[in-house]
Write a new protein. Structure first.
Lengths: 391, 391
């Protein structure tokens, strides 16, 4: 008897392509007044993206909008609550996340709180969250990413930091899938090289973790391998020439595919470990944290899913692979080509004294992902990953 | 500048696996009273599938149901209208299609007419249809396929025959995607060998047409090639031993993937030609009609997308391909292994006098698919395809 079982559920309409932002003027809108959520930096204004979005919304049947522009790189519960309050007052009936993962994730969490009472952490089912049932559906969400990494445009997940408790927790349900995502690589040309690399590797690890996860499916495998192939081939070019629209486009597609992996398989504990690191050291970019621990992390599992490591290596190098460590070598090559091969935990102020509490925090706040590892990882192995990635 | 553009939109929750029919008792239902649409044959009753579905619905919060059991192999507008009338009278608020493509397609069309006035053909935008706008959304649809071929569980399309006008026309919109599809290969073991082959090849051509279509995307390509790979490898085993659950499972997955191709790329004119054939000769099974014209049809385009033909050949045979006709050879091999390599149009009573009117009917009723061909096909080439497939 065949034991193959899977669920595939990505209700988001994904619109992808250079220049496709204009579709915001013609796609059916899920409401009449949007809250547009952007970061506290000025890039969305400077590059004219915000003005364009406001204008396209007006073209689309006179859709109104208000702007919330306080989101930080590690977005916080405080801003989610503040924006949701404004949303209720302004009677916004849908939310647009415009920008990087932090803005889009915030849009998702704001969409929940704009239609529900209480505190966001009341609904968080792990860590110090109360795990209460969400009474009303989140408002409809539109995602317009201007970075290529999180994949949040193609998954229901939103990662928010509770700055009172040092918890950075992922959350989501069927209603936090965007109803529409517009991925326009032309909005990504201004990302500087090091952030292009961090974000691209975030996408890479969504795909690679989702490929070795014990809940991978034949369909998530299709997305994962194609994402891995595209990133190995095009991320270095996008890092080294931000105006290479072909490379930007391939990387954006890879990121979207990796988001589809997150919706159909799962990240593994690498993401839990990184969330714990960023929760204590908010200046550590998520992608940089993942890169720092990646070789030690994947090395831990290299004998547990040998065929999958070899398949990833073959997909990357287009050469026959004879041993799982070929993947680790290809990963290191790619990191060198993207100039991010020397990131260490110590660069961001992390000290060996932090390792134990980060380990505990990872299990407490994002314990679910450990269940998706190829096999249970031990506490000693986690400490070893931190040690190897320290300096 | 990169010209890669795509839209990916498959809002259906797809649940796949042996024994997964039981999920009907636990998944959220979109309503309180279902119309269950089944064929006029007795297989859904004989095998106990209908009883199971009714029982699982009751377990799911006491969901009520009524049964409509008149659907024919080429489902008709008359039955769509009759069922929709019953639906309104019985106040059903969602529709379940249980069975082959004819039952599920009918469920989709009934879902439209149960919530709208007038005649189904008022809304059909081609042939003699009036192309009127649909006023109200279709009722929610759940698909439970018991065959592996149509892919209708993963696409919005419904193909209905207007028996008054000899038109067999595909139709659908965003609301005719099933909200939930449960694909349980255990429900497929009783399909006889020749139907297993016809249906499996229907899936194969959804994938292969979608792969050579000029609107193929990098994501539809992933689904298409995996579907082609699985069918080449497992369809012969499913045909030759219907109880081989592993083969049944792989073929069912391939069919679902091919449905995802139909949602993200498109069929080409091979399907238009077959619809015209079946419209005049309703005893011709859709899959048999496709098989009959397939070698001549694909032969027509073999020099227009050579790399894609070779990629399909390599995916099938797992050998390096040097020329596009390798695909035609692999296709013929597969047809031999499935004992369907000698189907001719003359077997079903089609005569050379029919060729011209079938050609005209194909363009009139399903003209849209011609626009997706790798290049425009000429009338003479169509006549030639019919001639080569005649006997």
């Amino acid at each position: 008897m065949s034991t193959l079982k899977l669920t595939h559920n990505i209700p988001t309409k994904l619109v992808f392509g250079c220049g496709e932002l204009k579709r915001l003027a013609t796609e059916p809108m899920p409401g009449h007044k949007a809250m547009i959520v952007i970061s506290s930096g000025n890039s969305m204004k400077k590059h004219g993206y915000l003005d364009k979005v406001v204008k396209l919304l007006i073209e689309n049947g006179g859709t109104e909008s208000v702007v919330f522009d306080k989101i930080q790189p590690n977005p916080t519960k405080r801003h989610v609550m503040e924006a949701a309050e404004i949303c209720k007052k302004e009677k916004c009936d849908f939310i647009i996340g415009l920008g990087g993962g932090s803005s889009i994730d915030s849009a998702k969490s704001i969409a929940i709180m704009a239609n529900n009472e209480g505190d966001y952490w009341d609904y968080i089912p792990s860590g110090t969250g109360k795990g209460m049932a969400i009474k009303n559906k989140a408002l409809p969400i539109i995602a317009i990413p201007t970075t290529a990494g999180t994949g949040t445009e193609a998954d229901p997940w939103t990662v928010i930091t509770n700055e009172e408790t040092n918890e950075k927790i992922g959350f989501g349900n069927n209603d936090t899938f965007p109803v529409l995502s517009i991925v326009d690589p032309e909005l990504m040309t201004s990302i500087p090289p090091h952030l292009t690399a961090y974000q691209g590797f975030d996408a890479f690890f969504h795909a690679a973790e989702g490929y070795i996860a014990n809940c991978a499916t034949p369909i998530s495998d299709l997305y994962a391998l194609e994402s891995i192939r595209l990133l190995y081939k095009y991320l270095p070019a996008a890092v080294n020439n931000g105006n290479d629209l072909k490379a930007r486009s391939k990387v954006a597609l890879a990121s979207m595919l990796a988001g589809m992996v997150e919706s159909t398989s799962s990240c593994t504990s690498e993401h839990s470990l990184e969330h714990a690191m960023s929760a204590y050291y908010p200046s550590l970019p998520h992608g940089a944290g993942l890169i720092a621990i990646s070789l030690a992390y994947f090395g831990t599992f290299k004998n547990d899913c040998m065929k999958r490591f070899m398949k990833m290596a073959e997909t990357m190098t287009e050469k026959k692979s004879a041993r799982p460590s070929d993947f680790l070598e290809a990963l290191e090559t790619m990191q060198k080509q993207c100039n991010v091969n020397d990131i260490k935990l110590s660069d961001y102020g992390i000290t060996p004294e932090d390792f134990n509490k980060m380990k505990e925090n990872a299990r407490m706040t994002m314990g679910g992902l450990f269940a998706c590892d190829p096999r249970p990882i031990t506490g000693e192995e986690i400490m070893d990953i931190f040690r190897k990635s320290y300096k």
